[in-house]
Design a protein. Structure first.
Length: 315
């Protein structure tokens, strides 16, 4: 009737058998074409303490851990079976809240004070990945860093002390030195949690997840993770010209991109979208208004704003 990849009798396989099923019997039968499925699922679920989560079901589908076969008594092609399961999972996710993480890199910079003010005015959580050296540039940058630290709506995380002086190839060539740069930042600045983002790299290492974009930074990321850090990248990025406030992507386009990622569950984790910006983008009134308007549209959509230390929120 159907076939599963991997070991049939191990815990992982037992979990996989249950992944495709919901309490709705007619959905199970539509996909797998058998009324015998429910009794099999019930017996299997007695063997495990933790039922598969909605996220684990999605992850197994996305990584091809469920393999379908066509039942001769109810011939539904594999492509249709996968689509039916994917659509059903999306409907289940849509019953739950959707979470967006506004993240700002490279502060404190000229736009940091505006970010702090907008977070207070909108009463939303934001995430800042700060570079310690920038706080030594002058009294205003130190002031901006302290505004972040003192604001309960702003989470302060590690983005290295020097940002590799923007020579990232050289920076990551010596992973021990790069790691020590992060540790210096940690010792100099009061952080909310052991959360980091690598300069110029979209790398994710948290829980059992590991995604590397550019391999030369992997050893540094691994050292951070071994030290207890969660390393996060981003799903959607937006850039504005620092001096004019002109966006590289139109306002409506970036808004729709966030919504599409959320609706299609195409972000790193479904119902969780990490949105990358940079502090210096918001030093102009135009840039600040764009940010404020974007937040208003996301609030109107019903999205919840979260801290990265709570990522991902699962169901």
């Amino acid at each position: 009737m159907f076939k599963l990849r991997g070991e049939l009798f191990g815990f992982g396989a037992v979990t996989l058998i249950t992944l495709g099923f919901f309490s709705c019997n007619n959905f199970s039968n539509a996909v797998f074409g058998s009324h015998k499925v429910d009794s099999l699922v019930n017996k299997i679920e007695e063997l495990i303490e933790d039922k598969p989560t909605l996220h684990s079901k999605w992850d197994s589908l996305r990584h091809n851990k469920i393999v379908f076969r066509v039942d001769s008594l109810n011939p539904v092609d594999i492509k249709t079976q996968k689509k039916n399961l994917r659509d059903s999972l999306r409907r289940e996710f849509d019953k739950h809240p959707k979470h967006v993480y506004l993240t700002f890199d490279d502060g404190p910079l000229v736009g940091s004070r505006a970010i702090d003010s907008i977070a207070r005015a909108k009463n939303i959580k934001v995430n800042t990945f700060v570079v310690g050296r920038h706080s030594t540039i002058g009294k205003y940058r130190l002031r901006d860093l302290n505004l972040y630290i003192e604001n309960p709506l702003v989470a302060v995380y590690n983005h290295s002390y020097t940002h590799g002086y923007n020579r990232l190839g050289t920076f990551y060539a010596d992973s021990i030195k790069a790691f020590e740069d992060f540790k210096k930042n940690e010792s100099n600045i009061k952080m909310n949690s052991k959360v980091a983002r690598l300069p110029g790299r979209n790398i994710w290492i948290y829980d059992n997840e590991r995604r590397i974009d550019i391999p030369n930074a992997a050893p540094t990321a691994d050292l951070l993770h071994k030290d207890g850090y969660k390393v996060f990248g981003w799903d959607v990025e937006w850039r504005l010209n620092s001096y004019s406030g002109e966006p590289n992507i139109p306002f409506e386009t970036v808004y729709n991109r966030i919504v599409n990622y959320m609706n299609n569950k195409s972000s790193k984790e479904p119902n969780n979208v990490v949105f990358l910006m940079h502090d210096d983008m918001f030093q102009t009134k135009k840039g600040q208004k764009l940010l404020s308007d974007l937040i208003d549209k996301l609030l109107a959509k019903g999205y919840k704003f979260e801290f990265m230390e709570d990522y991902p929120i699962k169901y």
